[in-house]
Design a protein around this ligand. Structure first.
Ligand SMILES: [Mn+2]
Length: 267
């Protein structure tokens, strides 16, 4: 391989939630350091405006994530920022053809895969509206409840870390047991696939539900890049067109829970 060639053709990451306590900024910085690409897609909920409005929280690691992305964009990485629901404050400016330095900001975009397929790249919150009836469980797992759980989880893991125990995810454990959450996930995935089929896309790349996935649904390639709150996952496109979901967890975060078991969904 050419040593100057970036590691991947493209990388898709979403649901970083910078500005919130659950954000795994150190893990993401570490990932971005060792994983280069020609094109980087930020698929929404990068900055958590909802959280920042309630409480200003911005440690150095969060600045480091932004700095790393801006530096990559200035050098040789093409960066596209797709707006999500937590950073929807940016949507108001989309009409102005907004960009940050070299970064284009969009609501959605089409990605032409090396495999010859056309993919819709969108955060995914637009599909919430189609499924209001099957999202009642969110009432009890609302934004506040979820953030509270993450807070408890963070404290718990500080203790576990001191005791030399591996990272343990409370909210994943709870949600894993929630059958309704699984129904929600399947319903979301189905709506995305339906939409792509109607609009003539071969596949979709999205985020939003914090569940990394890659599978065929009714002839549509559904790919979800996961999140950087818990699963620390990215979707990567290799130079030969092959797709892969990668997980990047530093040593202290590794738990005995396998990635397939990680079922989660703040929205
Ligand atoms: Mn979202």
């Amino acid at each position: 391989m050419d040593s100057l060639q970036p590691k991947y053709k493209s990388i898709f990451i979403s649901d970083i939630h910078l500005g919130s306590e659950g954000c795994q900024a150190e893990a993401l910085c570490d990932f971005l350091k060792s994983n280069t690409c020609e094109k980087l897609y930020l698929v929404g909920d990068i900055i958590d405006g909802w959280r920042l409005r309630k409480k200003w929280f911005w440690p150095q690691a969060h600045t480091n994530v932004i700095r790393r992305i801006l530096t990559a964009s200035k050098r040789d990485t093409e960066v596209v920022y797709i707006v999500g629901n937590h950073d929807e404050f940016l949507r108001a400016f989309l009409g102005f053809g907004m960009s940050f330095g070299y970064i284009d900001v969009k609501n959605r975009i089409t990605h032409q895969g090396v495999d010859g397929k056309r993919y819709l790249v969108v955060h995914g919150d637009m599909f919430d509206g189609m499924m209001r009836s099957d999202r009642k469980w969110i009432m009890f797992l609302g934004d506040n409840a979820y953030n509270f759980m993450l807070m408890v989880n963070t404290k718990l893991n500080q203790v576990r870390r001191r005791l030399g125990l591996p990272y343990w995810s409370l909210s994943n454990e709870l949600k894993k047991r929630t059958k309704k959450a699984l129904n929600y996930i399947h319903s979301f995935e189905g709506h995305v696939a339906d939409y792509c089929k109607r609009k003539g896309f071969d596949g979709a790349i999205c985020g939003h539900i914090h569940v990394a996935e890659m599978r065929e649904i009714d002839g549509i390639t559904y790919m979800n890049d996961g999140d950087w709150v818990e699963s620390c996952s990215a979707l990567v496109e290799h130079h030969d067109g092959k797709w892969e979901l990668v997980e990047h967890k530093p040593e202290f975060m590794r738990s005995s829970v396998k990635s397939e078991e990680l079922v989660a969904a703040p929205l």
